[in-house]
Design a protein around this ligand. Structure first.
Ligand SMILES: [Zn+2]
Length: 568
């Protein structure tokens, strides 16, 4: 080991699986421990053993409660980690919902897949073979990802046997599927478009033909594993510095992304009295002006910055335009006596959409259509939001003081039961449904899509990012046929998108946030970042963003998966 290092173990040239290991001579701190989601070739990475010995880790610091940032914590604890997981109180409460649900879903998937395998032994055997191959490809990619050191370290890591390797997890979000949906949902039919980095092994992995039907012999982790991980959560207030490991002090700052979300600033000293480095991890960076929660914090000094890059190369439409399109879409659906389906992530986006709908009703801009909130997770998350009014921005705090209930839409119908969810299709039209998950990779929203996809009176309204290769991305791109439950289905419903509700900063906002680090400074000045690492972005976004970050006068690097970088 020489000096301080960062090991990029997830969220590297992809938007999921965030996991960054910071190592000094006397400390090991993990920033986030997220689940890989999206295509099966992404989620197979969840099965690869940790690139470090979990028991040797001093601390975990968690930026926020989305599954792609916290989803592997149960596995980390199950694999021997016994230390604290530092997070804001809001994140701790939301992570409790997310991880218990995730454990439950992994158990359900495992049971369902076991039943399916018994019924289809031949197909199961063939798929096992494919999965082993995909797993091995991911292991090889991880090994090839970094320096020679990284390869050596991976070689020392415990190898999974064939038996374990066949138990490959399907990607799932926190609310990925209710037991009645999502069985062998095929989400793509068109080949993936060519990637911008043809020589990138990571891109090669992702463009392999998707092995859609995946069998699960054992869950990635269980509810009990999740419960055990949750016992390690140690709430921390915003803006309070805490020594989380020998010579590593962490401060959590408002990130404006979802309730409790944080930018984490790490002050790191290799030895007592020695050189100090400041590493700022943006986590997922929100947008100024996002409803409900406060705006992201601007920082002005760091030695190294890890910045998310989800929306590199793209600008969101102005918030006003987003609200105008939302209102117009609802009015059209109302006039046509149709159905509006809004696929939405349960935490963050759903609360914002409900908040905006409540404002539109208050202002008389939309008719009061019934709203089905078809996500038990979303309704529990809304409860957590209500408990944490101390995190609200001035506007929402004022609404509360005025006696408004900004987190509730008048006449909303919360469906917790799967039967109630199924019954929605018989409800008198027009009506709206907000259901999880946001990228149509699973969950109750897929059940609604089955009934609505070929209905010209239905409108699907996307309000968030659609990951590469997901069904949501295909629909958004205008696909006229998609594969659902293994069957080709004609797309006859209307498809609209709003980007202005994103929980992520767009390119200008990312550059504005980064620009504060260099304002009024020259390279080499104290606090002038020596390098900015672009993380949490698909390759196209990162390639688009990088030259603009350089134009600010910042040195950049796009780390690939399992790359290890020494900080000097
Ligand atoms: Zn997030």
């Amino acid at each position: 080991m020489r000096g301080m290092q960062i090991h990029f173990l997830g969220g590297a040239t992809t938007v999921t699986g965030s996991q960054f290991l910071i190592t000094t001579e006397r400390a090991k701190v993990l920033v986030d421990c997220g689940m890989f989601q999206g295509s099966p070739n992404e989620s197979i990475r969840n099965r690869i053993p940790f690139a470090f010995e979990p028991a040797e880790l001093d601390a975990v610091v968690l930026t926020h409660a989305h599954l792609d940032h916290c989803g592997l914590l149960p596995l980390l604890v199950k694999s021997g980690y016994n230390g604290p997981i530092h997070a804001t109180a809001g994140t701790a409460e939301l992570a409790t919902l997310v991880l218990l649900d995730s454990g439950h879903l992994h158990e359900e998937f495992a049971k369902r897949e076991a039943r399916w395998e018994r019924r289809n032994p031949d197909r199961a055997a063939a798929e096992d073979k494919e999965e082993i191959a995909a797993y091995q490809a991911a292991v090889d990619l991880a090994a090839a990802g970094g320096s020679e050191e990284a390869v050596a370290e991976t070689a020392d890591a415990p190898k999974l046997g064939v038996e374990a390797a066949t138990a490959v997890a399907e990607s799932m979000t926190a609310e990925a599927a209710s037991p009645d949906t999502g069985e062998h949902v095929e989400t793509t039919i068109e080949p993936e478009p060519p990637h911008a980095w043809p020589s990138d092994p990571e891109a090669d992995l992702r463009t392999q033909p998707p092995a859609i039907d995946i069998d699960l012999d054992e869950p990635l982790y269980t509810v009990l594993d999740a419960r055990q991980a949750l016992e390690h959560l140690r709430p921390i207030d915003y803006d309070q510095e805490r020594e989380v490991a020998p010579g590593v002090w962490a401060t959590f700052l408002d990130a404006g992304h979802i309730l409790g979300s944080a930018i984490i600033r790490l002050r790191i000293r290799e030895q007592d009295g020695g050189q100090e480095l400041v590493v700022v991890c943006s986590g997922d960076l929100g947008r100024p002006g996002t409803p409900i929660i406060r705006d992201p914090t601007y920082l002005t000094a760091a030695d190294y910055v890890l910045v998310e890059s989800t929306y590199g190369g793209r600008e969101h439409e102005p918030q006003d335009e987003a609200i105008r399109v939302l209102a117009e879409t609802i009015r059209l659906v109302a006039d046509a006596g149709g159905v509006l389906l809004v696929p939405s992530f349960a935490i963050g986006r759903t609360q914002e959409v409900v908040w905006e709908l409540d404002r539109l009703i208050d202002r008389g801009e939309i008719p009061p259509l019934p709203l089905y909130l078809d996500s038990p997770m979303a309704s529990k998350a809304s409860d957590v939001y209500r408990h944490h009014s101390e995190y609200f921005d001035a506007e929402t705090a004022q609404l509360l003081r005025d006696g408004d209930t900004p987190l509730d839409y008048p006449g909303q119908i919360i469906t917790n039961d799967v039967r109630d969810s199924k019954a929605i299709e018989h409800a008198p039209r027009p009506y709206m449904i907000v259901a999880s998950n946001g990228m149509l990779t699973g969950g109750r929203v897929v059940g609604h899509l089955r009934h609505l996809i070929d209905d010209p009176n239905a409108t699907i309204l996307f309000v968030g990012y659609q990951g590469e290769g997901t069904l949501g991305a295909h629909l958004q791109a205008g696909a006229r046929t998609v594969r659902l439950d293994g069957q080709p289905r004609e797309v006859r419903c209307k498809v609209r998108s709003i980007s202005g509700f994103s929980a992520h900063a767009d390119e200008s906002e990312l550059l504005d946030w980064l620009g504060r680090f260099v304002a009024g400074k020259h390279p080499g000045d104290p606090g002038y970042p020596r390098r900015v690492f672009l993380v949490h972005g698909d390759p196209e976004a990162q390639i688009a963003l990088e030259p603009k970050v350089r134009a600010l006068g910042l040195a950049t690097h796009i780390p690939h998966w399992h790359e290890r970088v020494t900080l000097e």
